[in-house]
Design a protein around this ligand. Structure first.
Ligand code: IPD
Ligand code: CA
Ligand code: CA
Ligand code: CA
Length: 283
């Protein structure tokens, strides 16, 4: 109804404002030395800026929307639960592309998604170093700095660019699975394979029509909540790596400009996906 729509619009406006503030902090932090800590393994990095930005976002949202819930990457790392309920929930990745941030590789995003009944209602991805604000509201289109976004019209995989990432597992068997999928796709052939080093920006590239598809196994809900809505509102499709509907909590995603390209990617990667233990099957 109209009243709820107003509330969600004001929540989205707030997300844009706080994402911009977070981006300023990220840009400022790039001027100083960054203290790098590790989480699950030697290449799973986190900095004080990740933690500070997440706290800033959560605190500012709590003041305006005290009853809402949160899932934030660094809060989950600190022991909070990662359960997506039907309640209004802010799904936050304070810095998507921490490794890029640590190395000053210039693609770093703040990602904020907002869900109700487990469905993303709006998504905001701020690409801080490009100063691009990507936004989408369900049923109302996707935008970059206010300009409408539209996915690529390409339906021929041979003329596509496909984005993916290598993730943070360095277990040789897991890396083998990644490379087998990648080999299949490269040899189709496709025009190219790319990866921005951030799931959120990879999805904004799909929404912008610069790449036809992005897939990854091992992602989390905070990596994809906002970006997936930006893709679908730009006219793209989301799929599970086995071809069914995408599930936000399943840790795997194919995001593409259209169904033909998405299904082709699924076909090339599915057999290797099934061998991976970071690609949990839904129970
Ligand atoms: C990571 C980035 C990366 C992707 C990983 C994510 P983080 O997020 O999005 O591109 O390959 O799966 O975890 O840790 O930098 O927020
Ligand atoms: Ca991380
Ligand atoms: Ca992330
Ligand atoms: Ca992060």
């Amino acid at each position: 109804n109209a009243i709820m729509a107003d509330i969600w619009q004001s929540a989205m406006d707030h997300a844009v404002t706080v994402a911009r503030k977070a981006g300023e902090i990220v840009r400022g932090a790039l001027k100083d030395e960054r203290t790098v800590m590790t989480k699950s393994c030697a290449v799973d990095l986190v900095t004080q800026t990740d933690q500070k930005v997440e706290q800033l976002i959560i605190q500012s949202v709590k003041e305006k929307f005290p009853t809402h819930r949160f899932i934030g990457e660094e809060s989950v790392a600190a022991g909070e639960s990662c359960i997506l309920s039907d309640d209004p929930t802010w799904i936050i990745d304070p810095i998507d592309g921490t490794t890029n941030f640590v190395h000053a590789f210039p693609f770093v995003a703040v990602s904020i998604g907002f869900s109700i009944n487990k469905q993303v209602e709006f998504g905001v991805v701020y690409s801080c170093l490009e100063d691009k604000m990507f936004t989408a509201r369900r049923g109302k289109g996707a935008f970059c700095n206010g300009e409408p976004l539209q996915v690529s019209e390409q339906a021929d995989i041979h003329q596509a660019i496909v984005a993916t990432e290598f993730g943070s597992s360095r277990d040789p068997a897991a890396v083998d699975h990644i490379f087998r999928s990648l080999r299949n796709i490269l040899c189709l052939p496709v025009h190219g394979v790319r990866g921005a080093g951030t799931a959120a920006i990879n999805m904004c590239l799909v929404a912008s029509g610069c790449v036809e598809a992005y897939y990854e196994i091992g992602i989390h809900v905070w990596d994809v909540a906002a970006g997936s809505l930006i893709v679908s509102e730009a006219g793209g499709v989301l799929m599970d790596v086995e071809g069914g509907d995408m599930d936000l909590m399943s840790r795997r995603i194919v995001a593409a400009n259209n169904r033909t390209i998405a299904e082709r990617i699924v076909k090339e990667i599915v057999s290797f996906t099934l061998q991976r233990d970071d690609a949990p099957l839904q129970s």
